[in-house]
Design a protein around this ligand. Structure first.
Ligand code: FEO
Ligand code: CA
Ligand code: CA
Ligand code: CA
Length: 674
């Protein structure tokens, strides 16, 4: 068994990214100091301290009413705001949806997205075919309506699972990359990135891809040219052999979650970009040796180079020995105009460079654009962007100054239940030349180092951050099994947190652009029946309703919160497939969760995205048949192309499992869960 197999089979680690991270000896944030005094103060618990300090009404405002009610006092009569009968939990080879709903496949890996695309042939895949077909591992799903029943679907393709994509290859060993070829690398690259495709609803009420649309396109790291906006555009640290101007880059990688702007453009978040960079220089332990790199501290803080993929063996731009500045061109938010296939995508450097999980947008009370984005790494930070100007018809366009002129903030979660948003502005506080920040460009490129200097709060892996109604935002802190007991704080309250938690922020005055607010823990995830887990749910939550490892979130047309999970290879700890849950945020049932949809074995659930005023829900099932299949009863081994744990969704002989986007609708029509 290779080191990589040992890591991948270690249930501590989630998806491929997490498995590889372990190999890279991360976390990469060295600023984790905690005095004994801090720890003792925190052990009393913020809630206990505040209950003593605040009156009942103030405490209720801070924590919500349900948190103030002892379990036996909760009213069984309280009505759920989500009208559906919850699905029983489980884990098997296919997907399941609550009764009264359909969940049908819209797009699978390899499906043609243009009229001239070849049919999918997994035994003979080619880069040329893949460039015209739906990519792998669909993550974010967004939708821009053109007319009733018609619009542009925008889908991220985060990464590739070679062992179930390519015949005869098996699980890649990262030391030697046995069996890897340039042809396979090119297919991997063509299967990454994004898909923009026009879809329309037929007379039967079902959505289908319009292959005739001239707007359909793939965006890939193989051949899609992009430009930069903001403070780092044209900076020396972005200059490379093929781009001496520092203003251009080929492609985007590891696009995880994302967002749609109020003007209908598509934001792709570049997450684990470090994993794609290569070096031939290894230390005695076989790990990348970057000691001779001039910007080694910056590279180290970002985990560059991860050496997860062999791309750097075939493309100099992914080899830091040859192109040390190329990694500075990744880790941004990319804006794509889904309506104009000729529009060159833009990387907006003002929004910072880190492992962007997503980029969910909202318009604040004062009219300014606000974007929440987490940095998904153990002990990294939660950020938000606030534009300088208010959104207007004139500036609400592709490439808008709203995404290059504004302020990036990082959060500090105080133990008293308040949160401060700290501005990352050159010349303010420690962000000066004396500390290595020569201009705003250095802050845009070394955002993590700048946030370290400001004293931001290291979090339990910030995944999706979803703005909600009335100045709320919901933060998915997915898990952090490496937080030691002396590193806990009120906002990250559990050591060795295997199941994660969700924080609700209430921005001051209900205004998303505020620079402070209050926060509370909405739920602590995991099995509430196991005392050691320390879970916290509304006591009305059933055995079907609790979950672990929240990853993505969505708000529906009625302002209600939905959560999808990614337990990675650790799903055996709960026995449950990943799925979609309806999570109450208001009233007596606050913290109550119900299961609506669950994935086939080994898959995680991405999307979710509500369209058509809540009548259509898009879901993305990522990497079916891969994660944790050693825990799948009756199978109990790793999946390969020839021998997968499931052949979802086709269930055809010889067809591998295929990541797919599904459309959920109510039988007979109407709003979902109403
Ligand atoms: Fe790609 Fe943080 O999930
Ligand atoms: Ca994610
Ligand atoms: Ca979301
Ligand atoms: Ca994920």
């Amino acid at each position: 068994m290779s080191t990589r197999d040992q890591i991948i089979n270690d249930p501590e680690h989630c998806n491929k990214a997490e498995a590889f991270e372990a190999f890279d000896d991360i976390p990469t944030n060295p600023h984790l100091g905690n005095t004994i005094g801090d720890v003792i103060a925190r052990r009393y618990g913020r809630r206990d301290m505040l209950k003593g300090m605040l009156g009942v009404s103030a405490a209720t405002a801070l924590f919500g009413t349900s948190a103030m009610i002892a379990p036996h006092q909760a009213s069984a009569a309280a009505a759920s705001r989500y009208d559906f009968a919850e699905l029983p939990w489980g884990n098997d080879e296919t997907h399941h949806i609550a009764e009264g709903y359909t969940a049908e496949v819209l797009l699978r890996w390899g499906d043609p997205i243009t009229a001239d695309a070849p049919a999918f042939d997994p035994m003979n895949q080619s880069p040329e075919a893949q460039l015209k077909q739906f990519g792998y591992n669909n993550d974010y799903v967004g939708f821009a309506e053109i007319a009733p029943g018609r619009g542009m679907l925008c889908v991220n393709h985060e990464y590739t699972n070679e062992e179930v994509m390519f015949p005869g290859l098996g699980r890649q060993d990262r030391a030697g990359f046995t069996g890897m070829t340039k042809e396979i690398v090119d297919i991997e690259m063509a299967a990454h990135g994004g898909t923009v495709v026009e879809i329309a609803k037929g007379a039967n009420g079902k959505w289908a891809v319009d292959l005739t649309s001239p707007r359909n396109r793939r965006i890939t790291p193989l051949n899609t040219e992009m430009t930069f906006s903001g403070p780092a555009a044209g900076h020396d640290r972005l200059k490379t052999s093929i781009d001496p101007t520092g203003t251009k880059v080929i492609g985007t990688i590891n696009n995880c979650a994302g967002g749609m702007t109020p003007w209908g453009t598509y934001l792709m978040a570049e997450e684990n970009f470090h994993g794609y960079f290569w070096t031939d220089k290894l230390d005695a332990d076989g790990k990348p040796d970057i000691s001779a790199q001039p910007k080694a501290a910056s590279m180290k803080r970002y985990g560059v180079p991860g050496r997860w993929y062999a791309w750097g063996q075939y493309y100099d731009r992914f080899n830091i020995d040859k192109e040390p500045n190329e990694p500075n061109k990744f880790g941004y938010i990319v804006e794509v105009d889904p309506m104009n296939p000729d529009a060159t995508p833009i990387k907006h450097t003002a929004l910072g460079r880190f492992r962007h999980e997503g980029a969910e947008t909202t318009v604040a009370e004062d009219g300014r654009l606000v974007i929440y984005s987490g940095d998904d790494n153990r002990f990294d930070y939660q950020y938000k962007w606030v534009s300088r100007e208010a959104v207007t018809e004139a500036n609400g366009v592709f490439g808008s100054s709203l995404l290059s002129d504004g302020t990036l903030y990082v959060s500090r979660f105080n133990d008293d239940g308040t949160v401060d948003w700290l501005p990352l502005v050159h010349g303010e506080g420690p962000l000066t030349a004396e500390n290595g920040f020569n201009s705003q460009a250095d802050i845009a490129i070394d955002t993590r180092l700048a946030a370290d200097a400001l004293g931001a709060t290291p979090m339990d892996r910030p995944e999706d951050a979803q703005p909600g109604p009335n100045g709320t935002a919901y933060l998915m802190l997915t898990n952090n099994t490496r937080r030691a007991p002396d590193q806990v704080n009120a906002a990250n309250p559990r050591p060795e947190s295997a199941f994660g938690h969700i924080i609700e922020i209430r921005e001051k005055g209900g205004n998303h652009s505020a620079t402070s607010g209050t926060w509370s823990i909405l739920v602590k995830c995991g099995d509430p029946a196991v005392a050691d887990v320390g879970a916290q749910w509304n006591p009305e939550t059933s055995e079907n309703g609790w979950f672990g490892s929240p990853d993505n979130a969505a708000i529906d047309a009625d302002g209600r919160l939905w959560i999808s999970t990614d337990q990675g290879s650790g799903w055996g700890k709960t026995g449950k497939s990943d799925g979609l849950y309806a999570l109450e945020t208001e009233g007596e049932l606050r913290g109550h969760s119900k299961l609506f949809f669950r994935c086939p074995v080994g898959g995680e659930l991405c999307g979710p995205y509500f369209a058509e005023e809540g009548e259509t829900l898009f879901l993305a099932v990522q990497h079916p048949g891969t994660d944790g299949t050693k825990d799948f009863k009756g199978f109990e081994r790793a999946s390969t192309f020839e021998d997968p744990a499931t052949r979802w969704p086709d269930f055809a002989d010889g067809m591998p499992p295929r990541p797919s986007v599904l459309v959920v609708q109510k039988v007979g029509g109407g709003k979902i869960a109403v």
